[in-house]
Design a protein around this ligand. Structure first.
Ligand code: NAP
Ligand code: MG
Length: 498
């Protein structure tokens, strides 16, 4: 196999070596080609050239991986016998290994997804390490309680046990991060798992599973099957799977929820959003412009909790729009390895076509203030940071998750009006308000229907704080105690003492 991409000089030798080989599933601790030998290409979205080939998982490969996870979960297996403290230690070791391989992982993430390497190096990788470190303390916190039940001479207590074999299906926007959001609590709980990365970005999931083996996590505990939506579908439907955890589109989330419901599998879904950022007239506008810009254009807008709808009071609306438009016009677009790039390409041709469609459609519905160009004079799936304004709350630009660098700004007049308009969406992932007034801040925070509410900031997430959505933004929470509980089954034990 020849690799067409001329890699940037600064790409680490480790990342080069990884890309020089065809990559396979990780099943039962082994690099495993597909049973029928199928592979697919993974592409650098900034050059449209092939990075490497990866195994394409079909039903037989999914079955193989689920079987490995079932065996690793069997009573008496090394993983089931491992003490809680040692599970914690293994998670801590995995965190250390990610730190040691941070440059290599950042290179692979940037090449596969298109995001600026410095953002991968300063954001995706350290935040993944922080989650592993947080959950290295979780096994010791998995405790039950004694229960004062009604029966005479009955001693009752609860324990919390791993839910079993988990199917973890993740998207392409933060490939390593989204994988770690799921594997860390699943491992802490004592589950075994099959991870299915997105077809656009399979590389760091494979590397993560290799490092997990190095950290002392037994073979078969963390398996990776690479492939596409069909691979994911086979995994969700497999009778050997006890729980499904998914991050991605609302449409696929609905289908997975439906299937899991029929099979009575436990399920958590982290889906899309159309998250409103509200600017009150007294807000610090310099901060607003800075945070609102990053809120929508970071990761080229491919963030589930992006602040994709801006609602600014009419008295400051023009200033806020002008400030964001100016930043958008001067921001640098390019490959993840070019200097000072803020916006890398979108992840795929498919995503580029989808976002370009919204921009073309938007020209008829709204006023274009900045950007709008989707055909740059170079290969790659680039889109300019784009800003529209409209007063029409029913425009697709206002209602739909675009998942690209496209912001729509709208004026409002009163607090009651904006609270109502901001919540008039099927989604409820994130929402925010900028104001210097303490009571306005808390009042609006209380009115917003969203899993994460931001006051004078945007996009913060923390391993200790639950993250997830109301309504069509999902079911369940990741991070914190709630995120760990999603991988545990409570059990009540009653003991008759006399
Ligand atoms: P998607 O289809 O929902 O993909 C998410 C993951 O689910 C991928 O690993 C995907 O595999 C897998 N998958 C697809 N169909 C499946 C099925 N029937 N059963 C089980 N797994 C399945 O998302 P997308 O098509 O890549 O992106 C479309 C839109 O989703 C975006 O424009 C955006 O609006 C939204 N999105 C949201 C998030 C988020 O963080 N909430 C992330 C990404 C995308 P393959 O990718 O290999 O097909
Ligand atoms: Mg897809």
């Amino acid at each position: 196999m020849s690799i067409a991409t001329a890699l940037h000089d600064s790409v680490t030798p480790e990342a080069r070596a990884f890309l020089a080989a065809e990559q396979h599933h990780i099943i039962d601790g082994q690099s495993t080609p597909s049973q029928d030998g199928s592979t697919f290409e993974t592409i650098d979205p900034s050059s449209e050239e092939v990075l490497t080939r990866v195994a394409y998982g079909r039903e037989a490969d999914v079955d193989n991986a689920v079987q490995a996870a079932r065996n690793a979960f069997a009573v008496g297996s090394p993983w089931r016998r491992m003490a809680a403290a040692d599970r914690g230690l293994a998670l801590a070791k995995l965190a250390d290994l990610l730190e040691r391989h941070a440059d290599e992982l950042a290179d692979l993430e940037s090449l596969d997804n298109g995001k600026p390497r410095r953002f991968a190096r300063q954001g995706d990788i350290p935040s993944s390490i922080a989650i592993l470190r947080y959950h290295s303390g979780s096994p010791a916190r998995i405790q039950g309680r004694t229960v004062p039940v009604r029966g005479r001479d009955v001693f009752a207590y609860t324990t919390r046990e791993p839910v079993g074999v988990c199917a973890l299906i993740v998207p392409w926007n933060f490939p390593l991060g989204m994988a770690v959001w799921k594997i860390a609590p699943a491992l802490a709980a004592g589950c075994t798992m099959v991870l299915k990365p997105a077809e656009q970005t399979p590389l760091t999931a494979i590397r993560l599973a290799q490092l997990a083996l190095e950290a002392g996590i037994p073979p078969g505990v963390l398996n990776v099957v690479t492939g596409d939506g069909e691979t994911g579908k086979a995994l969700v439907a497999h009778p050997g799977v006890d729980k499904v955890a998914f991050t991605g589109s609302t449409a696929v989330g609905r289908a997975i929820g439906e299937r899991a419901g029929r099979d009575l599998k436990s399920v958590t879904l982290e889906l899309g959003g159309k998250s409103p950022l509200i600017v009150m007239p007294d807000a610090d506008l310099e901060q607003v412009i800075k945070r609102a810009f990053a809120g929508i254009y970071y990761n080229s807008g491919q963030v589930c909790s992006a602040s994709s709808r801006l609602l600014a009071h009419k008295s400051i609306f023009d200033d806020v729009v002008a400030g964001i438009a100016e930043k958008a016009r001067t921001s640098i677009i390019g490959s993840g390895f070019e200097d000072n790039v803020y916006l890398g390409p979108l992840v795929s041709r498919e995503q580029h076509t989808r976002v370009a469609g919204y921009i073309e459609g938007g020209r008829g519905q709204a006023e274009l203030v900045a950007g709008g160009e989707t055909r740059l004079d170079r290969p790659g799936y680039f889109v300019e940071p784009t800003l529209f304004t409209t007063t029409d709350d029913d425009a697709p630009l206002v209602r739909d998750e675009i998942f690209g660098p496209v912001l729509v700004a709208q004026p409002f007049e009163s607090l009651e009006e904006v609270a109502h308009r901001a919540s008039d969406t099927e989604y409820g992932l994130a929402a925010g308000v900028f104001t210097r007034d303490l009571s306005t801040a808390h009042k609006v925070a209380g009115l917003l229907r969203a899993g994460s509410v931001y006051v004078n900031c945007w996009g913060l997430a923390d391993p200790a704080a639950p993250f997830g959505g109301f309504g069509a933004s999902g079911i369940g929470r990741e991070h914190g105690e709630e995120g760990l509980a999603a991988y545990l089954e409570p059990k009540s034990t009653f003991v008759q003492l006399g």
